[in-house]
Design a protein around this ligand. Sequence first.
Ligand SMILES: NC(=O)c1ccc[n+]([C@@H]2O[C@H](COP(=O)([O-])OP(=O)(O)OC[C@H]3O[C@@H](n4cnc5c(N)ncnc54)[C@H](O)[C@@H]3O)[C@@H](O)[C@H]2O)c1
Length: 262
Amino acid sequence: MFRLDGKCAVVTGAASGIGAATAERLAAAGARVSTLDLTPTEALSAKTGGIGVVVDVSDERAMSDAISRAAAAMGGLDIMVNNAGIGDGEALLEGQGTALYERMFRVNTLGVVIGTRHAAAIMARQGRGGAIVNTASLAGTFGFPTYGAYTASKGAVVSFTRVAATELGPLGIRVNCICPSTVDTPMMDDPSAAAEGAMMAMATPLGRICKPGEVAALIHFLVADDCAFVSGQAVLIDGAVTAGFAPALVETLVAAAVQQAI
Ligand SMILES: NC(=O)c1ccc[n+]([C@@H]2O[C@H](COP(=O)([O-])OP(=O)(O)OC[C@H]3O[C@@H](n4cnc5c(N)ncnc54)[C@H](O)[C@@H]3O)[C@@H](O)[C@H]2O)c1
């Protein structure tokens, strides 16, 4: 079950975090996996049976070439994971204007659109269907203060995924996106992100943030043929943080409210 023998996959943002864990997981399930990133990934792709390509996902010509090369080297393309992304934030009234929005949308949104278009074109030519997973974020479904640019760029991934699923469904190509809450990856390394990670652990009913391997497991599930009737979905992986308040958070807020009332 959930074997990927004979499948050929491309994973973007594969040098680190969720992408690296996904490339390793899909390869362990039997797929050949090519790894695309701004950072070289040859050591990883040597283990995962594909090629490593240094590419910027927002550069359409370079991405078209990279996906075509990967498909040619592996003998086709069945799975595309558009995972590369960047994160940053600034307050709406104190920030630099639209520059951050342009940067976030170029990588997080256009990178996904470009990867989907060029992967789907190859899958359509092959005529054997395919599965595409885009990495959105819990932030794409939820308003986080100061993260307007990131949140909007990920919300657009959710919307785009739905449209792509409708257009590509008749070709047998499934398109889903995933919406992780905070994941313990190098993206969370800077001190302010680490503090937010600690806050999210307290707010999450499961009492911690997510691990990259847990996100990779969800992506594996979504790309497997066992999941053949799931398409057009934005799947949350969030430790129940959107289901309700964690008891630890309630206790902290009640204690703060009591202090204020005294
Ligand atoms: N870490 C989190 O808390 C979290 C939560 C929700 C969603 N995500 C999303 O998960 C995805 C993976 O993030 P991660 O946490 O593994 O971060 P990460 O920083 O560990 O990995 C991101 C990878 O993307 C690559 N990359 C960045 N810009 C690129 C570009 N223009 N072209 C090609 N490669 C590029 C980086 O080199 C890096 O290897 C991102 O889309 C991120 O927005 C992360």
